[in-house]
Structures are given as structure tokens and as C-alpha cells.
Design a protein around this ligand. Structure first.
Ligand code: C5P
Length: 405
């Protein structure tokens, strides 16, 4: 059982998604976890303590001033008890309290008093989720070291559609399972590039591409979950930095190359997921280019950008190098040619002619090639694809004698 003996404190706050928590408790228990439920006052409007006590097999705690409960295990003792604190659902109000360090009920007090890792699973109306105040609170919590599981997009209890759905209990259990999975890349240093690059034409215009950065961020998160020390060199994207990952923000391909090379000594793994612009304007105009009616349109002279991954693969002490490629035709042949030409150890290729995957999508399907293997990963979330690739990196590194077996 993946969670055998793990102590999980499950905080339940007052949102409609609380009705899913008995199923969540049951699945965590089935996976071997010992679950202690702590409810806020508002949570009682959506799910009963009786149900949660029945599935967890432990009395539910909900009151800082319950002297009988405090007598059997005081709140400070309870705060020391868990291996992991999971709050699902986490309402906008609870996120605001946690972000400011408010401790005005049992759950918020426990979070403040606990040194255990914190996972928050927000669920709310999409407008509440997208409100700058909520986004600010989420960013604050992530910066303080909490892991925030992004809510799903879809039909909401209020009848509206948008981001704010609590992930299904299976997904939350899967996340907890990976958290406790053996950290196979402990001690390994990895650099991941992600997102597009932006190549300036003048102060207000630039050349870029459709890369959302999602697959690169998922790779960084997965490597970090496996225990690697990860630096994510990211082009301009609007994504939350993954938990436990150092993020270096860059704009152009030259900046990305310089940021990578500055971190290339003592590097074990390099994963180039960024969609680096192949060309940049030879010079960027210092002032905004003006339209000149009647004159020919200005020509933009392009020059080639450095190939970052090939540069890394040519380093005298090269890391294990993984590339990504997006192709529209003869997908595998083109990827194999890149594997050889850029001297990569591994390349993941996706078919971007299928518009339902890749770029902005949350899912992907890739073929993973090495010099001697070819493996197809069918459509899955970018996070699951990243986990599968990281698994293959672990296997390859072990064969490379970089990791102790
Ligand atoms: O764009 P292309 O298909 O050649 O990208 C294949 C791999 O090369 C990707 O891993 C990408 O991040 C990397 N690349 C790079 N620098 C470039 C172009 C591509 O690191 N200038």
C-alpha cells in the first residue's frame, strides 16, 4: 500500500466540494494512510462529521476550545502528528486566512503550528478563484512553501463553467502517493528550460511562438518530486512556479543560453523543453518603428539563435541531455534525426498537427526515443507524461552509474 502508515491530517473547509471528502478519506485509508479529519465550522453545512468519523475511524476535530478533545490530544500535539497536511477543499476564505497567518479556529491554528508539509486543494466559484486577491493569496502560500494543487476546469455547482473544481479524490490520492514515493533523484542537479523565447524587433514588438510552458513546468515539478535539485529557466509564461523549484526568468534565447551555461558545471541532467526561437532580428530598433505611408514595408533581417541544447550536449563534462520536439510530419524520423544531430541522450516528440494536444492543452501524447529504444506514451496529462519521462530518465541514469541502485 502506497501510503502505508502515513499520517495525513485532512482539513475540510466549507465549500460544496466538501461532499467528496468521505470518498477521499476512504481512498486515503484504503491506500494505507491514517487520516485525522479537522473541519471548519462552515464545512458542517456541506458534509457531516458523522460520515467523516465513520470513514476515518477517528473522531473529527473541529473546535479549538473542545476541552475533552484537547485533553486527549492538544492542538499543538495534533499539529506535530501528521506527515502531511492536506486541505481539501480549501475555500477562498481559508486561503486568505492561511496566506496572512490568521489563526482564529482549530484548522488555521494547526496549519500555523505545524512543521509538516502543507498541500492545499482550492475549490470555489471560478470568479472567486480568478480574483486577484485569491491569486495573490495562492502565490503567497506557494512562496511560503505550500503545494497548491490547481483546480480543474469544468461545470461548477453554481451552474457556471470555469476553473475552480476540486480535483477528484483519485487525483488527490495520486498526488499524495507521489509525494511519499522514493526520491529516486536525490542529489541530482537538473536544469529545465521551458516556455517560448521572445526576440525583440523594437521596444514594443517581438517574435515568439505558441509555447505555453506547461510541459516544461510539469517536467521541472516531476524532477523535483523525484528529489532532484531543479532550476527552471523559463521564458515568458503565466504559470505558477512548481513547488520546490528555483525559477530563473528570461526573455530571449541569448538570455536563456547564458542562464543555462551559468548553471552547467556540476549538472547531471539537462531537459530542454523550451521552444527556443530559431532566429532573432539581427538588431532590435532602439525606438518604436514608425509606419511610413507610401514607403516599402521595413524588412526584418534575421540571424540564427544559438542552439542551447546542442551547446549543452557539447560541453566537455556533459550532463544527461533530454530534448523535446514538436513535429507535424514524419514525427519519429525527424525526432531521431535531431537526437543524433544534437547528440541528445533522449528526445520526446509530439505531433502538433493534432490540435487537441500540445501547446496550450493540459494533455499531451509523446513518443520517447533513445539511441536504442522507441516508446509511445498515449494521451495523458502533461504531469503524467512528465512522470513517465522522469521514470525513464531514472532508469537511464542508473545504467549510467550516476545513481546508486
Ligand atoms: O526547435 P527544435 O525542434 O530543434 O527543438 C528540439 C530541441 O532543441 C528542444 O529540446 C529545444 O528546447 C532545443 N533547442 C534549443 N535551442 C534552440 C532550438 C532548440 O535548446 N535554439
Amino acid at each position: 500500500m502506497a501510503l502505508e502508515g502515513k499520517r495525513i491530517l485532512l482539513g475540510v473547509s466549507g465549500g460544496i466540494a466538501a461532499y467528496k471528502t468521505p470518498a477521499l478519506v476512504r481512498q486515503l485509508s484504503t491506500a494505507g494512510a491514517v487520516v485525522q479529519v479537522v473541519m471548519t465550522r462552515a464545512a458542517h453545512h456541506f458534509v457531516t462529521a458523522t460520515s467523516l468519523q465513520a470513514v476515518s475511524g477517528r473522531p473529527v476535530r473541529d473546535d479549538l476550545w473542545d476541552s475533552a478533545a484537547e485533553n486527549s490530544m492538544g492542538h499543538i500535539e495534533l499539529a506535530r502528528w501528521p506527515d502531511l497536511v492536506v486541505i481539501a477543499p480549501a475555500t477562498a476564505n481559508l486561503l486568505a486566512k492561511l496566506a496572512t497567518g490568521t489563526a482564529d479556529d482549530l484548522l488555521s491554528t494547526l496549519v500555523l503550528a505545524s512543521a509538516s508539509p502543507l498541500v492545499v486543494v482550492p475549490a470555489m466559484n471560478h470568479k472567486m478563484w480568478l480574483h486577484p486577491a485569491t491569486q495573490r493569496n495562492v502565490a503567497r502560500l506557494a512562496a511560503d512553501g505550500a503545494t497548491v494543487l490547481d483546480p480543474g476546469i469544468g461545470d461548477q455547482a453554481c451552474g457556471e463553467v470555469g476553473p475552480g473544481r476540486m480535483p477528484e479524490p483519485e487525483e488527490i490520492v495520486a498526488y499524495c502517493t507521489t509525494r511519499f514515493a522514493p526520491r529516486r533523484l536525490r542529489g541530482i542537479r537538473a536544469v529545465v528550460t521551458a516556455g517560448p523565447t521572445r526576440e525583440p524587433i523594437d521596444p514594443v514588438r517581438y517574435i515568439t511562438n505558441h509555447s505555453s510552458g506547461k510541459q516544461g513546468y510539469a517536467m521541472a515539478a516531476s524532477l523535483a518530486r523525484a528529489g532532484a535539485h531543479v532550476t527552471l529557466v523559463s521564458g515568458p509564461v503565466s504559470l505558477q512556479p512548481p513547488a520546490g523549484v528555483e525559477v530563473v526568468r528570461v526573455t530571449t534565447a541569448i538570455e536563456m543560453r547564458d542562464a543555462v551555461l551559468a548553471r552547467s558545471s556540476d549538472l547531471d541532467v539537462f531537459v530542454g523543453v523550451a521552444a527556443v526561437a530559431d532566429y532573432r532580428p539581427q538588431s532590435s530598433a532602439p525606438q518604436k518603428l514608425k509606419k511610413s505611408p507610401g514607403k516599402d514595408a521595413p524588412a526584418i533581417v534575421l540571424t540564427e539563435n544559438p542552439d542551447i541544447i546542442a551547446t549543452v550536449a557539447d560541453l566537455p563534462k556533459r550532463p544527461f541531455v533530454v530534448g523535446f520536439a514538436a513535429e507535424t510530419t514524419n514525427v519519429v524520423e525527424h525526432a531521431r534525426e535531431k537526437l543524433v544531430r544534437k547528440r541528445l541522450d533522449m528526445i520526446a516528440v509530439n505531433d502538433v498537427s493534432d490540435r487537441s494536444i500540445g501547446f496550450e492543452s493540459d494533455s499531451n501524447a509523446v513518443t520517447l526515443l533513445t539511441a536504442s529504444t522507441c516508446e509511445r506514451f498515449e494521451r495523458a496529462t502533461k504531469s503524467d507524461i512528465a512522470d513517465a519521462i522522469v521514470d525513464r530518465i531514472c532508469v537511464a541514469l542508473r545504467a549510467d552509474t550516476r545513481l546508486a541502485t
